[in-house]
Design a binder for this molecule. Structure first.
Ligand code: NDP
Length: 279
């Protein structure tokens, strides 16, 4: 039976560490979260982020813009947030309505306030091993591995998914920890066979229960990034937990695995951003 990697417990520890650091140093730290439109999932994520801020002693500033907001209107809000010294981090909740130029919005954020590493230069920094503001989800996965004492060096690591915010930076962080990394995607041939070679398997696909037992090597570490709804509308990951868990040595659940760690890393990056801006 696998050890369940409890992201809720670990994220609470990290948030307590952040709260202590903010309190001990009497820091004023602020995060702005921008929501455009009424996407129900995004509204829940924003609510969670507000709660995380409260738990860490970070001031949260929520900006809700109407669905028909133009790129120019969003850019003008970003300019105001960039200029506001109370704001140390800016997060534009995705997905954005189709009329908005996402790249323009991300690139407008002050690089030192880009707390989820959406800007091209911050993505590039991750590639060269500069982790001043790493992407939150991959950073959360690495934190789980580190704090569980799971070594990456020399391991076969397979990342399924190559998005700019999860798959690619995830692969880079594993590579920098000396994993032998394979990145898979929708055109990969023999996906199950490649995944079965993984000592550390990270699924970031966005397809409910896609990774079945057939993809999992005995004794593997299985990290499930996916957040999906199954046919019964129940929250589930990309990994078929019931099939993978008996094979794995370690596995993250959904919910309660990578999700809360991503949020904890957002708080950590916001604190780091504050320190970078003050230095
Ligand atoms: P994207 O849709 O941007 O990327 C999905 C990736 O999966 C793509 O690279 C795609 O390949 C690949 N893929 C799709 N179908 C297959 C397939 N049949 N076989 C192999 N690869 C496939 O998603 P994200 O990276 O943004 O998110 C992935 C999942 O993680 C989602 O469920 C999302 O909700 C979740 N998520 C969770 C977070 C958390 O905190 N836990 C944070 C962010 C995301 P290709 O490039 O060829 O199209």
């Amino acid at each position: 039976m696998a050890k369940i990697l409890d992201g809720n417990a670990l994220s609470t520890t990290i948030k307590n560490e952040i709260k202590a650091e903010i309190g001990q140093n009497h820091l004023q730290v602020g995060l702005a979260v921008v929501l455009v439109g009424q996407d129900p999932a995004s509204q829940i994520y924003v609510k969670h982020k507000k709660k995380d801020c409260e738990e860490c002693g970070v001031m949260s500033y929520e900006h809700v813009l109407p669905e028909d907001t133009s790129t120019e209107e969003l850019l003008s809000l970003i300019d105001r947030l960039n200029a506001d010294s109370k704001i140390n981090g800016i997060l534009i909740q995705q997905p954005l309505p189709g009329q908005i130029d996402l790249t323009a919005a991300n690139e407008r954020i002050n690089p030192l306030k880009d707390v989820d590493a959406f800007r091209a230069d911050n993505v590039g920094r991750i590639t060269i091993g500069d982790y001043r503001l790493p992407s939150c989800t991959p950073a959360g996965v690495m934190e789980i591995l580190r704090r569980e004492g799971i070594s990456v060096a020399g391991k076969n690591c397979v990342v399924v998914g190559r998005s700019n915010i999860v798959g690619k930076p995830m692969a880079m962080l594993l590579l920098h920890e000396h994993g032998t990394v394979t990145i898979c995607h929708s055109r990969t041939a023999d996906l199950a066979e490649i995944c079965r070679r993984a000592d550390i398997l990270v699924a970031a696909i966005g397809k409910p229960n896609f990774i079945t037992g057939d993809f999992v090597k005995k004794g593997a570490v299985v990290i499930d990034v996916g957040i999906n709804r199954d046919v019964n509308h129940k929250l589930c990951g990309d990994v078929n937990f019931a099939e993978a868990e008996p094979l794995a040595d370690y596995i993250t659940p959904v919910p309660g695995g990578v999700g809360p760690m991503t949020r904890a890393m957002l708080m950590k990056n916001t604190l780091t951003a504050k320190k970078l801006q003050d230095s």
